[in-house]
Design a protein around this ligand. Structure first.
Ligand SMILES: [Zn+2]
Length: 678
């Protein structure tokens, strides 16, 4: 029997895929692919049809094999599956690197670009341009010595980034807090206290032992009435992996960070960029270092006064000067006092079936599509549902799975991922298929699952990503759907759709009390909507502080002066921050987003895409949130476009002008309607 990972059915045969299929299936797929790549690299007169299309087809097939594996590893994890998955990671990575550094293929693409360009359409030219760009960013064109050095630098960076993450993990696990007086636990929730009790039993000590994991840290600084406890946690948390705090000097990341910055700078310069920030921007919507800095500084200038005011109000409410470990605690109390809204209180109004019906109506009203459940499709778990999308004329467009509930062996959080990418090639066609994955509280016996409003926002967000993947009209997999979309623009459709979950019409349509069937009362709706702008400016300046720090760090690196990490942080804070921070705070030492993860010179992307989403939605507010003409333009210019067009051009085609930050400021109540930014 053939390995089920190598079949070509429209949907993966989930019921037949076993852990023992993973490594042999992936190995065989990669072997076949390598053989095919070799043939294509030797084509004597390369053309779009004889080289590019077959490579697009190949990428599609590799993804068809790998997508169900990585998906199952995330949602149905087991030791056997994890072993197979981990064994495949280096194989895939080696395959991708060899492909990206293939000089014969690079030459073939250049020949096609030179000789065939005039005969190709815009979308086909974009496929080639993206490929050429990625060849260069993998160092294909460098002379041998530089190419060698580039590879060595990249490998060392991978190792240093892993080391950074290990240090943070060890420092987090390496600190606990022992409580002997129950009074000190006041305000903390019962589950947390139970766990702390059990831990101390296991270690045969009296009292309670608290750990420094993220949920505990957040709970302590938000809920603990004891200032001593809050301060201890704040200090331990913000000095992890550094030269300060309770574990000073153990697991210190300072040198690792210096080396990471130095090597990133060197890698960028080997590819002829001035600095790492410039290198990172070569695949983004933002085009220059100046543009990003100006964006962040101007946003900060506008938000700072409002943030200052929010902070003064908070101090007035607390009746005292606030230290950084007090802010979360008093903010929570102020919000409750002001709006008397709790997420738990919302649940009975948002049964999942009702929310889904209302969400699909939003998609149908905006884009003229129809969404229907189709029972009987192969799924990986009984709770999973499968839906098909068709056009108003009844033509099939794509389909998606919804895996809604939390369960063991399933990764936390929520995401959209590609199951099958759209393609229309001479070798065959495929319709797009998406996975929408959430971690909602499962239903109780005899009741549907009940969501909080935060859950509802999550569902709208992921559905927005889903529409981006599913409504694409691009034929070539490498730039269809979310593929090839500039990374600072990829959160546009998702954050855009969240706006609908705040709209009164929609709130009424998606809510239906589980016992009475009544929609969310208007008065509760307005209290809920008011929380949207609570401390929005304080949150914004905090995000901007991180973003500016990250970006300047990578844009201003100077080998003669080193990383100047704390110096740049101090400068950024004096310009942006509102809440005072103690001298010993070492938050960069655990800032994994930029030192270990993929957000280096990219933290600004969160705000960047938020501006696009708010500004796009403001076009709907001007014309009516369900205006079909506006929605058609949004679909044609942005949703359906994939990576086939520069993200800024696509946005301008939709909006008729460049993005304007004021929509976001208004949305968060930082700027009153009609007021101009200074
Ligand atoms: Zn997202």
């Amino acid at each position: 029997m053939e390995n089920p990972l190598l079949g070509s059915a429209p949907l993966p045969p989930f019921a037949q895929i076993r852990p023992e299929h993973v490594e042999p299936g992936v190995r065989e797929m990669l072997e076949r692919s390598r053989a095919r790549v070799e043939q294509l690299a030797a084509v004597p007169t390369p053309t779009f049809a004889t080289v590019v299309e077959p490579l697009e087809e190949l990428a599609h097939r590799v993804s068809r094999t790998w997508s169900p594996v990585s998906h199952l590893n995330a949602v149905l994890n087991s030791d056997a599956l994890r072993t197979g998955y981990n064994a495949c990671l280096p194989l895939l990575s080696a395959y991708q690197t060899d492909l990206a550094q293939s000089e014969p293929l690079y030459r073939a693409y250049r020949t096609i670009a030179e000789k065939e360009s005039n005969a190709l359409g815009q979308v086909q030219r974009q496929v080639i341009e993206h490929a050429l760009r990625d060849f260069r960013l993998a160092g294909v064109g460098l002379e041998p010595a530089r190419k060698e050095r580039y590879k060595a630098v990249m490998l060392e960076l991978t190792q240093l980034q892993a080391k950074f993450e290990e240090n943070v993990l060890d420092a987090t696990n390496g600190w606990t807090y022992h409580v002997s007086d129950a009074e000190e636990l006041r305000g903390l929730n019962a589950t947390l206290i139970d766990q702390a009790r059990r831990r101390s039993h296991e270690q045969r000590v009296e009292g309670w032992i608290l750990t420094l994991d993220q949920p505990t840290y957040t709970a302590v600084v938000t809920d603990a009435e004891s200032e001593t406890l809050r301060k201890a946690f704040y200090e331990a948390w913000t000095t992890r992996a550094s030269d300060r705090g309770p574990s000073a000097g153990r697991w210190d990341n300072s040198e690792v960070m210096e080396n990471i910055l130095r090597l990133r700078h060197e890698a960028a310069q080997l590819l002829d960029f001035k600095n790492y920030a410039e290198y990172a921007l070569s695949t983004r919507m933002a085009h220059s270092v100046e543009e990003v800095v100006k964006f962040l500084v101007e946003l900060a200038r506008t938000a700072r006064a409002a943030a200052q005011k929010e902070f003064e109000e908070l101090e007035a409410f607390a009746g005292r000067t606030l230290e950084p470990w007090d802010v979360g605690f008093y903010a929570e109390r102020l919000q409750r006092a002001r709006y008397s809204v709790s997420q738990e209180e919302m649940r009975p109004y948002f049964p999942l079936p009702r929310v889904l019906t209302g969400l699909f109506e939003v998609g149908e009203r905006l884009f003229g599509i129809r969404i229907r459940e189709r029972p009987g499709a192969p799924v990986w778990h009984n709770d999973v549902r499968y839906f098909e999308i068709e056009s108003a004329e009844g033509q099939a467009i794509g389909s998606f799975y919804l895996d809604a509930y939390a369960r063991s062996n399933k990764r936390g959080g929520a995401w959209m991922d590609e199951c099958v990418g759209r393609k229309r090639l001479s070798s065959g066609s495929a319709l797009p298929v998406a996975y929408l994955v959430c971690n909602f509280l499962p239903p109780n016996e005899g009741q549907p699952a009940l969501l909080t409003h935060d859950d509802v926002l999550t569902l709208f967000h992921e559905f927005g990503h889903g529409l981006h993947h599913l409504l694409t009209r691009v034929d070539y997999p490498s730039i269809a759907g979310i593929n090839g979309v500039a990374w600072d623009a990829v959160e546009l459709p998702s954050q855009f759709l969240e706006n609908y979950a705040w709209h009164p019409d929609v709130l009424t349509r998606i809510s239906s009390h589980v016992e009475t069937g009544a929609p969310l009362p208007a008065e509760t709706q307005s209290r809920l909507m008011a929380t949207r702008s609570f401390h929005a400016a304080l949150q914004m300046v905090r995000q901007l502080e991180f973003a500016l720090f990250d970006f300047r760090l990578h844009a201003e690196y100077d080998p003669a002066r080193g990383g100047r990490i704390l110096e740049i942080l101090r400068e950024v804070r004096s310009e942006v921050a509102v809440v005072p921070v103690p001298e010993w705070n070492r938050f960069p030492n655990s800032f994994g987003h930029i030192f270990a993860g993929g957000y280096a010179a990219g933290y600004y992307s969160y705000k960047w895409a938020e501006v696009l989403a708010a500004d796009a939605f403001s076009a709907f507010e001007e014309n009516g949130v369900f205006d079909r003409t506006t929605a058609r333009r949004f679909l044609d210019s942005i949703l359906a476009r994939g990576g086939s067009r520069d993200a800024l051009e696509a946005f301008m085609e939709f909006r008729g002008r460049r993005p304007d930050v004021r929509a976001l400021l208004k949305q968060h109540g930082i700027l009153a309607a009609g007021e101009l930014a200074a």
